[in-house]
Structures are given as structure tokens and as C-alpha cells.
Design a protein around this ligand. Sequence first.
Ligand code: F6P
Length: 342
Amino acid sequence: MKRLGILTGGGDCPGLNPVIRGVVRKAYLEGYEVLGIRNGWKGIIDGDIAPLDLRSVSGILPKGGTILGTSRTNPYKKEGAVQKVKDNFKKFELDALIAVGGEDTLGVANKLVKEGLKVVGVPKTIDNDLSETDYTFGFDTAVNIVTECIDRLHTTAESHNRIMVVEVMGRHAGWIAVHGGIAGGADVILIPEVPINIEEVCSIIKKRHAQGKNFSIVVVAEGAKLDENSEVLQEEKLDDFGHVRLGGIGQVLGEFIEKKTGFETRVTVLGHIQRGGSPTAFDRVLGTRFGVKAVELVKQGKFGYMVSLKGVKIEAVPIEKAVGTLKTVDMDFYDIAKVFFG
Ligand code: F6P
């Protein structure tokens, strides 16, 4: 019997469990045995690996997070870790590995493929900023959470005549901000791709209020920058992949807005609320399709490829292409959001 391993790496998101379930169910039909690797690349370095059978994936479809656990461990940043990955690949007699993750996890997968390991990728990120796939699962759930939160903030903003600044996730790309902002009817949406012009933001708000509105909703992505400055950070320490911890732009922006417009302002940071809980139907279906297709790619020997959503079809694309550049918000789309500013 052939054996495949599966791991989930990087930030968790709703839809990971549907992928794992899809992989195990399809593998069972194809006569593969599946081993679950705990906590991303850390698990294969440490040999923290155990069989995943049909019973282990029963009932996980609606659950958020990942039953396998995750980490931001980068084997290329730890002395001797890549060799341990290779050794455990052999020791656990893996014929193939399915790596589920974003740019960082798949970047490692891409390097390991070049070193001769048989790896297939599944794209994951709530930020939806991975190239070569139209959507990643987790994103739709996050956007729905943001939309509901904006709806809730609308009613309290209106009651108190306030400006509400809502900080959402989106490290390098503003997809969550633009989709959530359009769906929630935000009055200003600020994204990492376009430096914030504070004067412009305040003049949009002042004009809106002069026209009779007594409240405004401003959505800002955590990675948005004020006038070409660097991002606002919670912590400067870098993780294994060289990322700082973002967060705080909402507060900085809120203080500017209150000072410059004179309108009372409150700030809400949605943070990890956007990553938790049950996946939407869309993300359950996408995760399931990705999981099933990943096993098909293993069967076809398409190592070094990643499953991807192109239009309505699930296709295979080289991991190398997907991790080369990030998919940022295109300005035609942002222009649609701007129609509703003010
Ligand atoms: O990459 C996904 C993401 O949710 C980003 O939007 C955010 O900056 C980051 O992960 C947060 O990571 P952590 O879970 O380590 O706080």
C-alpha cells in the first residue's frame, strides 16, 4: 500500500479540516494510507506523525482550525532540519507529501521538491494573496465575519454619531478589506497597496457629514501604511519567515481622524476572530475539492504542483509560479469600492 503524508502550516484558517477530510476520503478510495503530520514542518522534523484513518476525519467538516495543528516553523532556518525532513520522509516510508499552506509553507515545499522530495501543494490563506489561484479557502469565511461585524458597527455608530474604524487582517494585500468593506457598505476602505492619505480620508468624512450623515465606517487593512511610512507593528521580532507582527494602524488612524475632523471616533480590531470558527459553505466546498484533487495529483505523479481554483475549475499549477509574487488587489476592483466612498 502506498503512503502519503499531510501537514498544515502557517496561520490556521477555516477550511483546513475539509481539506484533510477530502484527502483522507479520496486516498482511502485510491488505496493509499495517510499519515497526519502534526504542527506543520515542525512535525516532520520531529517525527511527530500518526496515521489518519476514516474515523479520525469523521465530523470535522464544519470545524474551524486544523485537527493536525500548525506552526510557522521553517526547516531552512534551523540547523540540520532539512536533513531531518528527508530522513523522516524515508523512515515513515512516505511516497508523497501534501503540504497545505500559504506562501511560506509552499515556499518550503517548492525548495524540498528541488531537493528531490515528492510534494504536492494546497493553497491556504485568509488573506487570499497567493498567486495562481483565484481564491483560497478561509477567505470567504473571513469576509463574511467582517461583513457581519461592519453591519453591527453600523447600528452603534449611527446611535452615537461616531466614526467607527475597523481594522481587518491583510498583511500585504487588502482583499479582506475591499470585499468586506464593499459587502458591509464601508464609507472608506484603506489597503496596503495604496498609502493612506489622511487629509483625503478626513475630507471624505467631513463632506459626508456635511451632506447630512452623522456617522462613518472606515475599514483599514492591518498592513496599510500612512503616507509611505512603514506598517504599524505590535512586535518587531521576526518569525522564521521574516515576518513582523502587524497591528495598530486602526488606533493610529482613529486618533488622526478624531483630531482632524472633530468627530468622536472608536476603533475595533477584528484580529483572529476572522480566522476562527466554522467555515462557510463556499470554503467547505473549496477545501473539499482541493483535498480530493491533491490526491489525484499524487496519483498522477504531479509533484511540485499545487491545486488551484481557476474560474470554476480546479487545476494544477507549478508551486514555483504561485510563490513567486503575491496577488495584490487590482486597482480596477479598488475603483469599484471607491465609488461608494463618502
Ligand atoms: O497570513 C494570514 C494572517 O492572518 C495575516 O493576515 C496576519 O498578519 C497574520 O496571519 C497573523 O499571524 P499570527 O496568527 O501569527 O498572529
